[in-house]
Design a protein around this ligand. Structure first.
Ligand code: 9MJ
Length: 677
């Protein structure tokens, strides 16, 4: 496949096959949440399809899975009139409200029997109608006022969880409704990216979803982490609905539409309330926000009998959770000192009950954030708690600012150790210059040193570290290894037994690896990935300690700023002393086989391009082995390419290589080259 002799006809055949496979795997992944293949295998299918479509542009269709990247922008959002109005829901805020709703339902239906309800989580996103004609998505529109919405098809097409084509034998016309939303993690990552670029951030996932879905440029929308759940049927032609709403949803799922796995059929008000408590308990661990649950009378016959009042059905109600946002007053701002001395402002709040817990602190991130939101002491602010994350101040309610509201100033001295605070030009973060003289930095350094991905000292928690530092039993990580069972057993909340356990854990932690040890040192900007890269590049701690800044910079992905931090760290006598003391206590790690520097290796100066699948190793492994011998791996074939390595089902790169006369290696030849002595 994909070789130079491929005809348009055979390419078209392969494109069809790939799309079918990709659609199938999208269904397994997005709808059933039960993927059959790895992400890497999926990526390979997509890559092959993309390459074929590049080679044969005439084969590109708007519903190809490659087209999710977004088409051209639209000039404005067109108005759409909903053929069947999109409903809104009445709210219940208390158990009593819900019990009264259930009573009204039974009265209208003149029945004493328990009502069967479909109970669903209520997502906090944007309600959208999706129109499928002959199984193909032709229109997506926002709810708007329920009668008129806006055409957002261009953006909805970029959402991977929305099928562009339905599976099986869908009806001639199917209009479905659902909620488009942003999962919390995607929302946060998006805001962090925006912040890093100095762009505007969104206050919450709901606003982010609404803003992003209504923009004009679908290429922007394609970057946004949207997801969707479908929950209702609108206009249909060519399908006689089953008797129950829950059965209809089941059928939608079979057509490839994503239905919440948390939907349940329950009986009576008691069943509804039990579901409500169950969802309230699940809420903090869900990857997306829900603001309540929805109960719908499950029988369509009963739904019809109940009918509507204004725009809300009499057969459904939303039972809301307590709010995630509340107003409260900023009583003060304190600065916490982190491991690298970074000062983080924290608002001390008038305690307020938000989304099920009492909140009295909220992070303010840094001084720029305080200025941007113009937060002053005495202000009334909106506090928000999402999932189990640290509460945040969303905004100030300016109308309630008292005349004596106080501007927050960055302290000139560290609140913990009194050292100077400095803020480098262009940096948002201010830092205490006290280093390990500062007890706060010492505590955080110890916490980091003991953490799971560093030396993994089990049982050395925050409270214990606070005591050890405050009592001056421990000043540096090396002191940890001098602690005795007797010393530890005398501390608060420690007994003989836990003291003995901790000493054992300390003993175990001594056998470590170079990457872990480098990470544990807590050098500024040296995270796990950088630590691993440094270990691979230098092979031993001595080699790194003795390297110049320039030599450190030769490590892959280490830039001048990080290199300077590393050099500075090892230039400090006390840091070298701590390392020597750790060694003296028996902390040890094996040296790492050096990955040769780019300049020295048998494949130095050679550039490789990989295409297709290798049997004996993954693409990543192949790249690593090439790099270990000094070679470079590139994504595209040019005249400068030395070799194109061809695995099974290669893409268009093979053809390009043939055209340019680049040397082609099959897997056997490639392995021989790697293993040559
Ligand atoms: C949400 N927002 O999750 C409905 N909804 O049904 C669910 N909204 C709804 N159902 C009819 N699960 C009108 C709105």
């Amino acid at each position: 496949m994909g070789d130079a002799s491929m005809t348009v006809a055979s390419a078209a055949e392969r494109v069809r096959e790939l799309r079918k496979q990709i659609d199938h795997h999208n269904y397994r992944y997005y709808v059933l949440d039960d993927p059959e293949i790895s992400d890497a295998e999926y990526d390979r299918l997509m890559r092959e399809l993309k390459e074929l479509e590049e080679q044969y542009p005439e084969l590109v269709t708007p519903d190809s899975p490659t087209q999710r990247v977004g088409a051209a922008p639209v000039s404005e959002l067109e108005e759409v009139v909903h053929s069947v109005p999109m409903l809104s829901l009445d709210n219940a805020f208390t158990d009593e409200d819900l019990i009264a709703f259930d009573r009204r339902v039974r009265e209208r239906l003149e029945t004493d029997q328990e009502i069967e309800y479909a109970a669903e989580p209520k997502l906090d996103g944007l309600a959208v109608s999706f129109r499928y004609e002959h199984g193909k998505l032709v229109l997506a529109a926002t709810r708007g006022d329920g009668v008129r919405g806006e055409n957002v098809t261009h953006n909805v097409r970029t959402i991977k969880a929305v099928p562009l084509e339905l599976r099986g034998s869908p009806p001639e016309l199917l209009e479905v409704r659902g909620e488009v939303f942003m999962p919390i993690a995607g929302f946060k990552a998006m805001n962090e990216r925006a912040l890093a670029r100095g762009e505007k951030t969104f206050v919450n996932p709901r606003n982010a979803a609404a803003g992003s879905l209504r923009q004009l440029d679908p290429r922007q929308a394609a970057q946004r982490p949207f997801d969707v759940f479908f929950y209702a049927v609108g206009e249909v032609r060519g399908w006689s609905l089953p008797p129950r709403h829950s059965d209809a949803l089941e059928q939608l799922r079979e057509w490839g539409l994503k239905i919440s796995p948390l939907i349940r059929v329950v009986r009576g008000a008691a069943g509804c309330l039990e579901y409500y408590r169950d969802m309230a308990a699940k809420r903090p661990s869900l990857p997306y926000e829900i603001d309540g649950v929805v109960y719908k009378v499950n029988s369509y016959v009963q739904q019809r009998e109940l009918g509507f009042v204004a725009r809300a059905p009499r057969w459904a109600i939303a039972h809301k959770f307590p709010a995630h946002e509340e107003n409260t007053i900023v009583r003060g701002v304190e600065f916490q000192v982190g491991r690298t001395g970074a000062l983080t402002p924290v608002a001390r709040l008038e305690p307020v009950f938000v989304g099920g817990v009492t909140v009295s602190n909220a992070t303010l991130h840094n001084m720029d954030e305080i200025r941007r939101k113009d937060i002053r002491i005495g202000d009334t602010v909106v506090v928000r708690r999402a999932g189990d994350v640290i509460p945040e101040v969303v905004k100030v309610i300016l109308e309630r600012r008292p005349p004596d509201a106080q501007i927050v100033e960055l302290p000139a001295k560290c609140p913990v150790c009194g050292s100077d605070v400095e803020r480098e030009e262009g940096e948002a973060i201010a830092r205490c210059t006290g280093g390990l003289f500062c007890a706060a930095q010492r505590k955080e350094s110890l916490r980091h040193f003991a953490s799971r991905r560093a030396l993994d000292i089990e049982g050395l928690g925050t409270k214990l570290i606070d005591q050890l530092v405050d009592l001056e039993l421990v000043r540096s990580p090396a002191d940890l290894y001098a602690l005795t069972v007797e010393q530890l057993a005398g501390l608060e909340r420690m007994g003989e037994k836990s003291a003995a356990k901790l000493v054992e854990a300390l003993e175990r932690s001594k056998d470590t690896t170079l990457p872990r040890f480098l990470y544990a040192l807590g050098i500024r900007d040296v995270g796990e990935a950088t630590a691993a890269a440094l270990a691979a590049h230098f092979g031993s701690l001595e080699a790194l300690q003795d390297a110049t800044e320039e030599q450190i910079r030769e490590t892959p992905d280490v830039g001048p700023v990080v290199a300077a931090h590393i050099r500075h760290f090892f230039d400090q006598a006390h840091n070298r002393e701590v390392i020597a003391a750790l060694r003296a206590h028996g902390v040890r790690w094996p040296d790492v086989p050096r990955k040769s520097a780019l300049t020295e290796g048998r494949l130095s100066g050679k550039t490789f391009v990989l295409t297709g699948t290798l049997d004996s190793m993954s693409r990543e492994e192949a790249s690593e082995r090439i790099a270990a011998l000094g070679g470079k791996v590139s994504g595209s074939v040019s005249k400068k390419t030395s070799y194109v390595v061809v695995g099974a089902e290669p893409g268009s790169k093979l053809k390009k290589a043939q055209e340019l006369g680049v040397e082609i290696l099959d897997e056997k030849a490639f392995l021989a080259l790697l293993e040559q002595r």
